[in-house]
Write a protein that binds this ligand. Sequence first.
Ligand code: PLP
Length: 396
Amino acid sequence: MHPAARLDTLGTEQAYVVLAAARRLEAAGHKVVHLEIGEPDMPTPPHVVEAGVRALRDGLTRYALAAGVPELREAIARSLAARGVRAGPDNVVVTPGAKPMLFCAALALIEPGADVLTPDPGFPIYESVIRFVGGRPVYYPLDETRDFAPDVAALARRITPRTRVLILNLPHNPTGGVASTRDLEALAELALRHDLWVISDEVYGQIRYDGRRDSIAALPGMAERTVIVDGFSKGYSMTGWRLGFGVMPASLTGAMTTLLINNVSCTATFVQYAGVAALTGSQEPVVRMVAGLKLKRDQLARGLNAIDGVRCATPAGAFYCFPDIGGVLERTALSCEAFAERLLAEQHVAVLAGTAFGPGGAGHLRMCYATEPAELERALGALRRFVGKLAPVPAA
Ligand code: PLP
């Protein structure tokens, strides 16, 4: 018996493969430093947990409206003002995490045969879902000399009459890059000129070290052609609760809700009330988490830059460093995949090879720094030892 052939087009996330390898080492008695999985290490804020538990006790355990409970859709709509987006509850659809909204947006917007602009390196699920729905991923590069902001000129050169959708992810996984206001305006101008939909993945929007919040959907004419994909996983440390949402033109919410009725019916009702508490309660835990992450970012970037052959930009958002280890790879003739594999096997530090995010990630590693400073110090010490031990290839 074989599953349907369409499953062959699906990709996956390397993070889960590396996590499984790290868990095997732990089962064999080794202590592993985990910098592979992208999730905050702060617990879910207590008032959010309390709201979820209260909702359970109050019997909010039945089906909810497919598009989400009105209180949450209202709270999400109001929260969008912080990024300059004007929307009402009719523009919001709630999902069990941001990923299902990404999947639904791809199903709703990408015609078979359409070209879809997607970042390289980028979150691997973009390419996977584009291919799954019959689209053609067209990679656009990020400008490393501008701390991984999208390279707007290079992106414009890749637009053809078949291009229908542009995927943006700001702040960006895996590089932590953001876009300047001018970049966003230029991207919006391209979307308007070429009549593109924009899928704007803003799941790291609250984790920005310059204190800014923005969205391409806030620019003139863009709300009508943008689906914001967002959720509670990263900003409120709610990865296991599974709560996300999309913001879109009201004309699209009906079709999107029908998609949900066909697969999940609705998002867990009590979880949605925890989401209301997250948005309407104190934002102090988020502010505290971002301040802590900033210190960890600086610690890791500083330590990486002190290693010969490693260069690390200071990311403006998210919780990843994306160091260029080209100097080390050149003198040892290793690939970044082999480097990451050996770092785990020999030093028990789990990181991802940059190529887990596409060919544009070659020569890099992705390291999630949302962990204890002592763990980061251990990882840096192991990395220094490992790089010091690697034998240089003899000169020809
Ligand atoms: N988008 C990006 C860029 C991510 O990095 C992730 C999670 O790693 C998601 C979406 C999915 O988030 P959620 O846990 O809300 O499904």
